[in-house]
Design a protein around this ligand. Structure first.
Ligand SMILES: [Zn+2]
Length: 296
């Protein structure tokens, strides 16, 4: 993925630390916007109007009290008007997105693929937190994510070549030399989508037939169609593996703490698939190469 890498310093002549600070601050600002998305989308409210307001007293938040991370700390986690606590989730999402954007810049560098990774990760962060709170992955995010992935897979190879997509190097895309690059890319996207969304759908169907319960939400299926379309089949399998692995560990932990052992524990699997997808996007190729070098 780093084949088109150009350092920020060589392009702009500014020290690298400025670019890291920039992406940290950009992440904090985007995190602040994601808070609005996470709070309003499940309630089917507009994400543009009105301005942010205190969830308790409804008083609108002044711009100087809306500085990411900083304002929450300065106000001691309380609303300036009603002094009731404001959830630590708000600064947490801002800090997480800030750190994530910094890591993305560190990994992807100043390349054409950078905005794709930033947009993809921001959407996945919103999905993770909405799933954690409401156990849903809204269509208004998963459908545009799929559309975005398909568009990138169509346009990027034409403009920048195939170097950003690791599935071009592996079967079946690596044998499709005589076809146009955009077509090969779309085949990779569809294959990735089917591996991501299709495999989850199949597992859910089998589980439903066997146990009579809905184990897999359609939201997870739709999200993984988008993830799969962007990442290709190999990194998508890795995303599901990482998601299932971390989800199983957390799940066992939650069930062991549960008093009523017969109760069905619902785990918002989208959280773990989301985490797996971001790790896979940023470090997937390294992980796969490391794994292959160990065992093959
Ligand atoms: Zn208030």
């Amino acid at each position: 993925m780093n084949t088109l890498f150009a350092s920020f310093e060589t392009i702009t002549g500014l020290p690298e630390i400025i670019s890291y600070t920039f992406f940290f601050l950009l992440g904090a600002a985007i995190g602040s916007f994601l808070n609005v998305v996470i709070y309003r989308i499940p309630n089917e409210e507009s994400i543009v109007f009105p301005n942010s307001a205190c969830p308790t007293c409804g008083k609108s938040i002044k711009p100087y009290d809306n500085i990411p991370i900083f304002s929450w700390l300065l106000l001691g986690g309380k609303c300036r008007s009603c002094h009731r606590p404001i959830s630590a989730r708000y600064p947490a999402v801002e800090l997480l997105t800030a750190l994530l954007f910094t890591v993305i810049f560190w990994q992807i560098g100043f390349t054409a693929f950078l905005p794709v990774c930033l947009i993809f990760s921001a959407a996945v962060v919103a999905l993770i937190f909405i799933d954690a709170e409401h156990m849903i992955l809204p269509n208004v995010i998963t459908y545009p994510l799929l559309g975005f992935a398909l568009l990138v897979r169509l346009i990027y190879p034409l403009l920048f070549g195939a170097s950003f997509f690791s599935d071009f190097k592996i079967f079946p895309l690596n044998v499709l030399h005589e076809y146009p690059v955009w077509l090969v890319s779309l085949v990779g996207a569809i294959l990735g989508g089917l591996i991501g969304g299709g495999s989850l759908w199949l597992v859910g169907e089998i589980w439903k037939r066997l146990r009579g319960v809905d184990a897999m939400g359609l939201g997870d299926v739709k999200m993984m169609f988008g993830v799969g379309a962007l990442l290709g089949w190999q990194l998508t399998l890795l995303s599901i593996f990482l998601g299932a692995f971390s989800g199983a560990i957390i799940g066992v932990f939650l069930i062991s703490r549960q008093k009523d052992k017969d109760m069905q524990t619902q785990i918002p699997f989208g959280i773990f698939l989301g985490i797996g997808s971001i790790i896979s996007l940023l470090f997937g190729e390294h992980l796969v190469n490391w794994y292959l070098s160990m065992f093959v």
